[in-house]
Design a protein around this ligand. Structure first.
Ligand SMILES: [Ca+2]
Length: 329
């Protein structure tokens, strides 16, 4: 049935394809590798890549939405940790009709083996943050016990080393990054936090030994009482990047991604949750019917996945899904 809309209305239907990709062919570009190597060398304090790796799964994520691949272009979702890759890359793909006066009507974006997004939020219609700034081209990550936790395995995964090769410096660099990310948690951009005072402002507090004070004693970054969380924001405004994906012009989407995970036994110890929030900040105001028309999952030889969907009321979409590894085949 044909949908009737107001002439002034902006209509954007979306078909979201949420899947995990396996490939033997695709590698990241040299720029990506260089950036990540720089970060891994410790020369860049605010890197654009990190891992979710607090339970039985380790998983690479990047500030431009690329996910699943490791910096060397290999499968970057490893289960159980320290063994072999089970997912080559993962991502979310959206497409639909955008009635904003520009052509073509059909637009698409997302991430597959490459990404149509660039790091940073959208400041005003058509204007994104400068993705070359280290404070923008960044992924934030927290865990509550960063000051005292044994981060040796994390360091081995982050620096792509054997555990026996991890140095004290490697571990301390990661610990410093956790401390910095806790301090710099980008709540003003939309990163979730527990608000002790209920004042809407994130104000972390620390004890004399440097350890962070936790909620409800103080504001705390994170979501769902998870043991580890990652947050970053990206946008589709860069014409070359978005068109290189599917040949589509930008929609004007800001995409905020949160990942979180829990320690402990199965099944929760084998799950990484991932939430996407979509904000429409295009050159012209676009209204989006709060509906999603399709969601397709793919499992097969890949880990079993599940999707949980909610729709917020402020013209944003909120998606939560989980990578849950039941068993490795
Ligand atoms: Ca507060």
């Amino acid at each position: 049935m044909r949908r009737t809309i107001s002439p002034k209305a902006v209509f954007f239907t979306v078909a979201l394809l949420l899947t995990q990709f396996r490939s033997d062919a695709l590698l990241f570009g040299s720029d990506r590798k260089d950036q990540v190597r720089l970060a891994r060398s410790g020369l860049a304090f605010e890197p654009d890549a990190t891992l979710m790796n607090i339970n039985n799964i380790s998983m690479w994520v990047y500030s431009d939405g690329q996910s699943g691949n490791d910096p060397d272009g290999d499968s970057g979702v490893v289960f159980p940790r320290g063994t072999g890759g089970v997912v080559f890359a993962d991502g979310i793909v959206w497409g639909g009709r955008v009635q904003d006066g520009a052509n073509p009507l059909i637009r698409a974006g997302g991430q597959t083996y490459s990404t149509g997004l660039m790091p940073g939020s959208i400041l005003s219609p058509g204007q994104a943050e400068d993705f070359t700034a280290p404070s923008v081209n960044r992924v934030w990550r927290i865990r509550r016990d960063y000051l005292t936790a044994d981060l040796s395995r994390e360091a081995a995964e982050f620096y792509l080393k054997d555990l026996s090769e991890v140095s004290t410096t490697d571990v301390e660099l990661l610990r410093n990054r956790y401390a910095r990310d806790w301090l710099d948690w980008p709540w003003q951009k939309g990163a979730p936090f527990y608000d002790a005072e209920g004042d809407g402002v994130y104000k972390p507090r620390f004890r004399s030994d440097g350890s962070p004070m936790l909620f409800p004693e103080a504001d705390e970054p994170g979501l769902a009482n998870a043991d580890q969380a990652v947050w970053f924001v990206a946008n589709d405004l860069d014409p070359g990047t978005i068109q290189s994906l599917f040949g589509s012009p930008a929609i004007g989407l800001e995409v905020q991604t949160t990942l979180w995970a829990f320690t402990g036994p199965e099944p929760l110890g084998n799950v990484i949750f991932k939430r996407y929030r979509f904000f429409i900040k295009g050159p012209q105001r676009r209204l989006i019917p709060p509906e999603l028309t399709a969601c397709i999952l793919r499992s097969g030889r890949t880990p079993t996945s599940a999707v949980f969907m909610t729709i917020s009321l402020d013209q944003t979409w909120l998606w939560t899904w989980a990578t849950a590894i039941i068993r490795r085949t």
